[in-house]
Write a protein of this length. Structure first.
Length: 95
């Protein structure tokens, strides 16, 4: 089974509350059961810096009039998709 989760935060990359803890723990808890997960989060500059190497997976074209790209990365056992929309997320901080 494959699962895609979508969250505004993901521990240990970006955290403002309990959602980050759950979003970060769930994929690791599902992995021993043979469930492959990917988590889609915003590509804030601090997140891009923390994950390091990324691979471009898709060009989405205009998203609310802005260029959007989906990047893929791995970090501490997590498979992550990053929604890169500089007009929305190219700023310091997080959600």
């Amino acid at each position: 089974m494959k699962v895609l989760s979508v969250a505004s935060e993901l521990f240990p990359l970006i955290k403002t509350g309990g959602l980050a803890d759950v979003a970060g723990a769930l994929p690791l808890a599902l992995k021993p059961h043979g469930i492959a997960t990917k988590t889609l989060i915003p590509a804030y500059p601090s997140v891009l810096q923390a994950v390091g190497k990324t691979v471009k997976k898709a060009e989405l074209g205009p998203l609310f009039g802005e260029a959007a790209t989906v990047l893929e990365a791995q970090h501490q056992g997590l498979d992550i998709l990053l929604l890169h929309v500089p007009a929305f997320f190219d700023r310091s901080g997080g959600p």
